[in-house]
Design a protein around this ligand. Structure first.
Ligand code: FMN
Length: 346
């Protein structure tokens, strides 16, 4: 082999290794309680093979003391991040270890959720005011796992919303805790007075502040989150940031993900049509129904697939009115698809 061929070969080997380890978080779908369960993630994975997926937040208490298996997922969901809620370093470490053993690709600590229930447990967004404790939590988890440990946070809480407060938090958690990967929801949270829903809408988005943070911590991997709705917006944020996390829009309009593999990750393959995606869900749905899962627990995540298409409302309505009935199977989805005009190649 010539020297050039050796170099090229090494490069392609490196690329293969990198892709194999899924290090790339250019796009992720946000952790969303009650929304991004394993059925939802399986569905999203069919639309994009590269987008990083997050679980709903799982508390350390649920994992350690709960009766169910809170770490269950489908193998197809990789690359998959487990989001943990908690603030006890030893308990977080115990859960992180279990998660790494189960094959999760990354652990993420929730430092962004403002709900009252979460504050009583002293975790979520209120932890922004306890940077040293967050550093201890991250450090305890990093000691026991080889997979990355990241933090999802906001740009401030209550009156602690200066840029210095934010940079102090990032500095402490990265320097003392060893965290190298942050996702920043570009708005602050009010810890009292606003509901979690209002806290996702009322505090204004401040993208420039998050861009500035990436500039001031160029060695850290940083993703931006909040209010992103289109591929064009994702691509614009990627001019400034390492990654973009999309929440509500990806759930309500999942076909947003259709071109992600091609446009962001350069994969050479055709863009899947909506109908193909529905049909690709059938074997999974059949398997789940056979295990006793109800159709509507899966189909509820698919309601937005035909968003903005003629027939979208009828698709939605047919599923909503029928999927919960005992014995419902994939015929409900076939009938719902028949509501989309046949001449549309979508
Ligand atoms: C229904 C719902 C549940 C959520 N649950 C979580 C959660 O478990 N953990 C978390 O860090 N953020 C949670 N969030 C916040 C999202 O991860 C995200 O930060 C927020 O929605 C802003 O992004 P978006 O504007 O793209 O939706 C939730 C949001 C929604 C809408």
């Amino acid at each position: 082999m010539t020297d050039t061929a050796v170099v090229m070969n090494e490069q392609s080997n490196n690329e293969q290794t990198q892709l194999g380890q899924y290090p790339d978080c250019r796009l992720s779908i946000a952790p969303m309680l009650d929304w991004t369960d394993r059925h939802c993630r399986y569905f999203h994975r069919l639309i994009s093979e590269r987008t990083q997926l997050y679980t709903e937040m799982v508390t350390t208490g649920a994992i350690i003391h709960g009766k169910g298996d809170y770490l269950a997922y489908n193998e197809e969901e990789h690359p998959l991040v487990l989001q943990l809620g908690g603030s006890n370093p030893a308990e977080l470490a115990q859960c992180a270890k279990l998660a790494a053993e189960r094959g999760y690709d990354e652990i993420n600590l929730n430092v962004g959720c403002p709900s009252d229930r979460v504050q009583n447990g002293r975790f979520g967004a209120c932890l922004m005011g306890e940077a040293d404790l967050v550093a201890q939590c991250v450090s305890a988890m990093r000691e026991v796992v080889d997979i990355p440990v990241s933090v999802k946070t906001r740009i401030g809480i209550d009156d602690q919303d200066s840029y210095e407060f934010l940079t102090d938090f990032i500095r402490i958690v990265s320097e003392k805790g060893g965290c190298e990967d942050f996702t920043i929801h570009a708005r602050k949270a009010w810890l009292s007075g606003l509901s979690p829903k209002e806290n996702r809408e009322i505090p204004p988005l401040d993208y420039p502040r998050v861009y500035q943070l990436k500039q001031d911590f160029p060695h850290l991997t940083m993703g931006i989150n909040g209010g992103v709705k289109t591929m064009a917006e994702i691509e614009a944020h990627l001019q400034h940031m390492d990654g973009v996390m999309v929440g509500r829009e990806a759930y309500q309009n999942p076909y947003l993900l259709a071109e992600v593999d091609q446009r962001l990750y350069g994969l050479d393959k055709p863009v899947k049509k909506r109908r193909e995606i529905v049909e690709a869900m059938f074997p999974y749905i059949e398997r789940e129904l056979a295990k006793g899962t109800y159709l509507n627990h899966i189909s509820r995540h698919m309601l937005g697939l035909f968003q903005n298409m003629p027939g979208a409302r009828q698709w939605r309505r047919h599923i909503s009115e029928n999927a919960h009935k005992p014995g419902s199977g994939i015929e409900v989805l076939e009938q719902a698809m028949a509501k989309i005009p046949a001449h549309l190649d979508v």
